[in-house]
Design a protein around this ligand. Structure first.
Ligand code: PA5
Length: 427
C-alpha cells in the first residue's frame, strides 16, 4: 500500500485554500470516473487494470523468459513513454552488478551518432569465449514514426539483418494497431508485433506490452508488477482520499507560487522512477502557461550539487521524497581493521539506518528552509510495490491535471520542436 504524508507541506496553506483545491480534485476524480473530463477517450490505462488481459500477460511472461534465458543483449529502442517506464522498473528492481539474464541496453531515445556507433561496436565485439553476442531488438513506437526511434531502428535493424540468419525472429515491434510507417515495415518483413492500445497514451503505457516485455526480459515478475497495480487500482476505487489530498495540496501550493517539484529519493534504484514520474507529470500538466515543473534528484548525491539551492535559494520549490520503508540490504559499517578514518562511532550500524538518518536530517533541514515537503512511502522495493506506485502516480497525475482545468492526455507542445526540426531537415 502506498502512503503519502503531506503534513509538512499542508502547513503552508490556509484551510480555505486547501478545501477549495480539494473540491477541485474531487471534481477531477469524478470526471475521470464518469469519463466526462477532457481526453476521456484515453482512459485505457484504467481499463486494462479493471479487466486485465491475462492471456497477454502470460504470453509476454513466456516470451520474456525465453529471451531472458537465451540472449546476451536485449535492446529497447524507444523514446519518452516508449522507454521510460521499462527503464524505471528495471532500474528499481534489477540488481546492477548481479548477472541475471541479458544486458538491457537502450537506444532510440536521442540522436547521437557517437552513441550508436559505439553501441554497434560493442554488439559486434565477441564474448570472452570468442563467440558472437546474441542480440534481440525491441523497437517501441506508438506513432511508428518518431524520428529518434526510427533512425536508431534503421541502424540496428541493418546490423541484425547483416549479422543473424534468423534476423526476423530477433526483431520485435511494439506499436499501434495500424498507424505509422513502422506498421508497413512490419508487414513487409514479417516481424513479431505487439499492439499498443489506441486509448493508452505513451506515458501511461508502462503496463502494456510497451513496458511489460522489456521488464519480463529483465527477469522481473510482470505478474507481480501487474498484481500490485491492480490491487492499488481496486483500493483507490474504493477510497481515493490519499490521492485526492495529494492532488489538492499540489494545486493549492501551485496557486501560491510553487513552480518546481523535486522528486528525490535516497535509494539510487529509484532515480529512473523519478524520471518516469517527471515525464508523466511534465507532459500532462505543462500546458496553457500552467503546471509545476517536475525535477529529479538522487540523494544524498545531489545534496552536494542542489542541496544549497534547495535549502536557501528561490522559495518556489516543493520537494517530494520517494521513501522505501524497509530495505533488505543488511550491509553494516565494517570494523576489525585499523582504519584511522574517525568513523568508529558508526561501526556496526547498517547502511540503511545511516541512509535513513541522512534522509530524516535532510527533511528536517529543508523544512527549516521553508520548503514544503511530501513523503511518498512504499513498504518495500518489490515488483508489487512498484506496480502500486505506478498506478498511484497515474491517478495522481490525471486528477491533479484535471483540477488545473487541463487535458492530461495530450501533448500538443511536443509537436513544435518536431515541426522546426523537420523544416531544418528539409522534410
Ligand atoms: O507520452 C507520450 O505520448 C510521448 O512521450 C511518447 O511516448 C513519445 O513521444 C514517443 O512516441 P512514440 O511512441 O509514438 O514513438
Amino acid at each position: 500500500m502506498i502512503k503519502a504524508n503531506i503534513s509538512r507541506a499542508r502547513k503552508f496553506l490556509t484551510d480555505q485554500e486547501y478545501i477549495h483545491a480539494h473540491s477541485l480534485a474531487k471534481k477531477g476524480l469524478n470526471d475521470l470516473r464518469q469519463r466526462t473530463g477532457l481526453g476521456s477517450e484515453r482512459l485505457g490505462w484504467r481499463d486494462l487494470l479493471e479487466k486485465p488481459n491475462l492471456d497477454l500477460l502470460a504470453q509476454l511472461t513466456q516470451l520474456g523468459k525465453k529471451i531472458h534465458d537465451s540472449v546476451d543483449v536485449f535492446i529497447v529502442c524507444g523514446i519518452g513513454g516508449s522507454y521510460l517506464g521499462a527503464k524505471a522498473v528495471i532500474d528499481a528492481l534489477k540488481p546492477p552488478f548481479t548477472p541475471n539474464g541479458p544486458e538491457i541496453l537502450f537506444a532510440g531515445h536521442h540522436m547521437s551518432g557517437a552513441y550508436l556507433k559505439d553501441l554497434l561496436l560493442y554488439l559486434k565485439t565477441s564474448k570472452a569465449d570468442g563467440s558472437r553476442k546474441s542480440v534481440v531488438l525491441n523497437v517501441i513506437s506508438k506513432s511508428g514514426n518518431t524520428l529518434e526511434t526510427a533512425l536508431s531502428f534503421r541502424v540496428l535493424r541493418k546490423f541484425i539483418h547483416e549479422e543473424f540468419d534468423d534476423a526476423v525472429e530477433r526483431i520485435i515491434c511494439t506499436t499501434s494497431e495500424q498507424d505509422g510507417v513502422l506498421n508497413e515495415v512490419i508487414e513487409k518483413e514479417g516481424y513479431q508485433k505487439f499492439i499498443i492500445p489506441s486509448d493508452v497514451g505513451g506515458r501511461f503505457s508502462v503496463l502494456t506490452s510497451v513496458g511489460l516485455l522489456p521488464i519480463a526480459v529483465a527477469g522481473i515478475s510482470i505478474e507481480e508488477l501487474f498484481e500490485g497495480a491492480v490491487s492499488n487500482y481496486k483500493l483507490l476505487e474504493e477510497n481515493a482520499d490519499v490521492v485526492l489530498e495529494y492532488a489538492a495540496l499540489r494545486n493549492a501550493l501551485h496557486s501560491k507560487g510553487i513552480t518546481i517539484d523535486i522528486f528525490a529519493s535516497f535509494e539510487p534504484e529509484l532515480l529512473s522512477f523519478g524520471r518516469w514520474i517527471q515525464q508523466l507529470l511534465g507532459e500532462s500538466e505543462g500546458k496553457d502557461g500552467k503546471g509545476i515543473f517536475p525535477a529529479v534528484a538522487g540523494f544524498s548525491t545531489d545534496l552536494h550539487s542542489l542541496g544549497q539551492f534547495i535549502q536557501d535559494g528561490t522559495r518556489s520549490l516543493l520537494e517530494t521524497f520517494l521513501v522505501v520503508d524497509q530495505v533488505d540490504t543488511q550491509l553494516s559499517v565494517p570494523s576489525g581493521f585499523d582504519f584511522g578514518d574517525g568513523l568508529e562511532y558508526l561501526e556496526g550500524d547498517s547502511f540503511h539506518s545511516i541512509n535513513s538518518k541522512a534522509e530524516l536530517g535532510t527533511i528536517e533541514a529543508h523544512c527549516e528552509g521553508q520548503v514544503p515537503i511530501v513523503t511518498i512511502h512504499m513498504p518495500e522495493l518489490t515488483a508489487k510495490s512498484i506496480g502500486a506506485l505506478i498506478y498511484f502516480y497515474e491517478l495522481l497525475t490525471s486528477i491533479f491535471v484535471y483540477s488545473l482545468g487541463i487535458n492530461p492526455f495530450n501533448q500538443p507542445g511536443v509537436e513544435d520542436y518536431k515541426k522546426a526540426m523537420y523544416r531544418l531537415l528539409g522534410n
